[in-house]
Design a protein around this ligand. Structure first.
Ligand code: FMN
Length: 374
């Protein structure tokens, strides 16, 4: 019977407790993808209580940014700033993991050769033209992921998380909605997982067997034609077999469509809408844990502490992550760990955080007016 206060080990990385900060794109990076004082402030305010901090989607190529201020590790000059960030998180006692990502056809249109990279041309925004990646481009992308993973380790991060969720590039390959390829990168769940596997393998080769590699996956995509739970279970088994140390289990709880002229563009959500109950993704996360046989991180409206405490207590999941709640009140994790849940300043789920970054602005929050983006 575990409690949130118990430590846990992930391939030699010690988490002092079972509460994590999940990756949260802030749009506080510089236009060159570098760490800023605002980034340091955001993470230090949220590192003092949690066991694990997973730093936001950090792009492996300049043409794979989610927002104009996404962090990057596509060149060696970005390592020093990242070292400052890793150090400031670790100094406060949390383990520091960096999420590495390429947005593919969901990128911010800042230009570059791989802007719009896609398995088979599914468009997400009117201002980014998707193109089908050829085998040479796929190979280059895999080595860009491995290079960024190596730089994350050089910067002193305790581990990396490969972003395979939310219909960014790797997730676009995993999803039957966006991957209609006829070569070995497409087909059934196993074929569609080929890019993910090759990225994991290349990162493992670069980092060695003792370096923690996490992978973020969608448990399900609740959009027509999206990935099913069965697909996710199959992919999770394959990833665990390949040596992924922990699965960070997210989902696409819904999607909306933007209509421009006579074209439609999918806007996939990565957070539950207000009407969903707390912890609605915990049962699927527990199924993935059972199928894969490795530790899992659960996320999704766990911020009031109740379901988070129960899920760890009942051994359904190993670690719980608090996203929007930690934006609204950076002391939420500490209050839950101290049994002072009643003191939490609740996130009101207004989605201002999402809306601000989607407009290309620094992240803001209606509840917390002390964010560096104000
Ligand atoms: C503003 C914002 C930015 C996010 N950025 C990322 C990201 O960079 N990478 C990622 O995997 N998930 C990202 N997410 C998803 C969160 O990590 C988390 O899974 C989601 O918010 C659900 O958890 P919650 O209900 O506790 O907020 C983001 C969520 C929000 C609200």
């Amino acid at each position: 019977m575990a409690t949130l206060r118990d430590e846990v080990m992930i391939n030699g990385m010690r988490l002092r407790n079972r509460v994590a900060l999940p990756p949260l794109t802030t749009n506080y990076g510089s236009p060159e993808g570098r760490v800023t004082d605002a980034i340091i402030q955001f993470y230090t305010e949220r590192s003092k209580d949690v066991g694990l901090v997973i730093v936001e989607a950090t792009t492996v190529r300049s043409d794979g940014r989610i927002v104009p201020g996404s962090l990057g590790l596509w060149e060696d000059g970005q390592v020093a700033g990242m070292a400052r960030l890793a150090d400031s998180i670790k100094k406060l006692g949390a383990a520091a993991v960096l999420q590495i990502s390429h947005a593919g056809a969901r990128c911010f249109p800042g230009g570059g050769e791989m802007q719009g990279a896609s398995p088979s041309g599914f468009a997400f925004r009117p201002d980014v033209a998707p193109f089908d990646m050829n085998l040479t481009q796929i190979e280059r992308m895999i080595s860009d992921f491995a290079d960024a993973a190596g730089r994350a380790a050089d910067a002193g991060f305790d581990g990396v998380e490969i972003h395979g969720a939310h219909l960014y590039l790797i997730s676009q390959f995993l999803s039957p909605l966006t991957n209609q390829r006829n070569d070995h990168y497409g087909g059934d769940a196993r074929g569609r997982a080929t890019l993910a596997l090759e990225v994991v393998r290349a990162a493992r080769e670069r980092l060695g067997k003792d370096y923690p590699i996490l992978f973020r996956i969608n448990a399900v995509e609740k959009v027509e034609g999206g990935q099913t739970v069965e697909d996710a279970l199959a992919v999770s088994r394959i990833l665990a077999f390949e040596g992924v140390d922990t699965l960070d289990v997210s989902l696409i709880p819904q999607g909306s469509w933007l209509e421009v002229d006579d074209r439609r563009f999918l806007l996939p959500a990565s957070a539950f809408p207000e009407e969903q109950p707390a912890g609605a993704n915990v049962p699927l996360t527990a199924r993935i844990r059972e199928a894969a046989g490795i530790p899992v991180i659960a996320v999704g409206k766990l911020g009031d502490g109740t379901v988070a405490i129960e899920s760890v207590h009942d051994s359904l999941v190993d670690v719980v992550a608090l996203g929007r709640q930690m934006i609204a009140d950076p002391d939420s994790a500490g209050k839950i760990l101290a049994g002072k849940e009643s003191e939490i300043i609740p996130c009101d789920e207004c989605m201002t955080c999402f809306a601000s970054i989607r407009k290309g602005k620094p992240m803001t929050c209606k509840v917390n007016r002390n964010l560096p983006g104000e």
